[in-house]
Design a protein around this ligand. Structure first.
Ligand SMILES: Nc1nc2c(ncn2[C@@H]2O[C@H](COP(=O)(O)OP(=O)(O)OP(=O)(O)O)[C@@H](O)[C@H]2O)c(=O)[nH]1
Length: 305
């Protein structure tokens, strides 16, 4: 880093000295800034950093991370600093920071090493960008892109992505895979009789029941309006019928509470298809054909392709 020649040519002396002009300048910046010497002792910081870690500058200066933070966090900061000193230049990384009062923020560190007159690494300057809001938004968007907001199951796009991977694994390893396609019986009547809002609650109730009945390895997808797909990895036809029956009866035995005196009984029809080297599209299509058969057999029924 080049310093103005009218300043002390030794940057470390300059940074560790009392420099009102430098302090005033960095205090006007809204992002937390700190600087340390080459053994990790804090030389200074700006006001935003004081606010950020909730330590006053006077308590910070002269201490290292082990004296200021809990051991786990201090180790993380120390090894990141060490990595920069071992490989001087610019270091960028993201991570969690915890203030001395315990609140956690997700941040991006931008750190730069600086040298003394002999071109030896003398310390580092760090800037912290608080990206907590951005991370929260990212995880919300990922959640929205992955799950169906009404039922909490995988949405169609994500479900088919996951199942695409599962299908490839099945194909390569010649493993069994069963697909159940479920459709709620006479769902139009629910909407017509009780309104769309109750219809939505019913879909939520059904999805919860399916989730409670599922095994960990089952992949549950809201495929369309009142249609669900369930993929059963490593399950051959005989077991697929047993599992489909388990899903069907779990729902048929339950009733959704509408009011003190009113219960809504819901059933599903289920079509099953099992992997026999056909494409994923065909596998799903066959489950649809079997579902059609189940619908034609009075509903609340399981049919195999
Ligand atoms: N409330 C609500 N209704 C939905 C949603 N998605 C689809 N539906 C309704 O689901 C109903 C499906 O009706 P149909 O395809 O005629 O089938 P059904 O009445 O279930 O009859 P069968 O499938 O033959 O037993 C329609 O009334 C759709 O409006 C949703 O997200 N919320």
């Amino acid at each position: 880093m080049n310093m103005d020649s009218s300043l002390d040519s030794d940057l470390i002396t300059y940074l560790s000295g009392n420099n009102p002009m430098l302090q005033c300048l960095i205090d006007t910046l809204p992002v937390p800034i700190f600087y340390k010497d080459k053994v990790g002792i804090y030389l200074g910081c700006n006001r935003a950093f004081e606010d950020f870690i909730k330590i006053e500058r006077s308590q910070l200066i002269g201490n290292n991370v082990f004296q200021l933070f809990d051991r786990e966090l201090a180790e993380i900061y120390h090894s990141a600093d060490q990595a920069l000193f071992d490989n001087p230049g610019i270091q960028n990384y993201e991570g969690m920071v915890r203030s001395t009062q315990g609140d956690e923020r997700y941040v991006k560190f931008h750190k730069t090493s600086f040298e003394d007159n002999n071109n030896e690494v003398a310390g580092l300057i760090g800037i912290i960008f608080d990206i907590t809001a951005q991370k929260q938004l990212e995880s919300k968007l990922t959640e929205q892109a992955t799950y169906d907001s009404l039922t909490g199951l995988y949405n169609r796009r994500e479900g088919l992505n996951r199942v695409g991977e599962l299908y490839e694994l099945t194909r390569r390893n010649k493993m069994p895979l069963a697909v159940l396609m479920l459709d709620v019986d006479h769902f139009k009547r629910v909407n017509d009789q009780y309104g769309h809002q109750v219809g939505d609650q019913a879909l939520h109730f059904i999805a919860n029941t399916l989730r409670q009945t599922s095994r960990k390895s089952d992949v549950l997808v809201r495929y369309g309006g009142e249609e669900f797909l369930i993929f059963l990895p490593n399950v051959a036809e005989g077991d697929a019928i047993t599992f489909a029956e388990r899903y069907r009866t779990a729902l048929a035995k339950k009733a959704m509470r509408l009011s003190k005196s009113q219960r809504l009984h819901l059933t599903v029809s289920i079509g099953i298809s099992c992997y026999r080297q056909q494409t994923l599209t065909d596998l799903i299509h066959e489950a649809d054909i079997a579902l059609y058969e189940a619908k034609s057999r009075d509903r609340n029924t399981v049919c195999s392709y």
